[in-house]
Design a protein around this ligand. Sequence first.
Ligand code: E4P
Length: 215
Amino acid sequence: MKFFIDTANIDEIREAHDLGILSGVTTNPSLVAKEGVDFHERLREITSIVKEGSVSAEVISLEAEGMIEEGKELAAIAPNITVKVPMTLQGLKAVRTFADLNIKTNVTLVFSVNQALLAARAGATYVSPFLGRLDDIGHDGLNLISDIAEVFAIHDIKTEIIAASIRHSQHVSESAMRGADIATIPYKVISQLVAHPLTDAGIDKFLKDWEKANA
Ligand code: E4P
């Protein structure tokens, strides 16, 4: 499983990139709004750091025609832009057009196997099931990852599964075990993945022993 970062914050993207683990970035309108910056300008900054991995940029229009127009503009910013499209009937039409134009897409707000299957058949490069938001309403988001992975394997579907709306480290490890191709993770959770109390205790002991021997 690969790691994307789920943020529009440039410092967080730079930090994660410097860790050497980053295969891409996902943004959404809420994340961009939080930054209070020009969207296209921010995408130029992000793609100057992440030059090869996919950078998802979401359309705002609700009609296919508007989505296609916006998506073409977004895709022109850099070759690694992926156009993020909501899982609607209009979204599916747009995804088909983008696929025909060789523009990569990430179908977002996926909450069922049927939605994932439809997105894949419309030609989506990625589908993004939202784990945390399903957990929030008492469902099991991780089961959706297993189910989509199983259906995609049975039908030999190449669309990649991005585990999204990740809230904690267990979402990450379980997504990997259940067949997600990618997890898109907020910076806070990425830093939590590194930490383990036994690692800290181990470093502490090594240093103390070293100091004792070299006192
Ligand atoms: C994914 O691409 C979305 O940007 C994101 O994971 C949404 O997560 P949230 O439910 O924490 O807003």
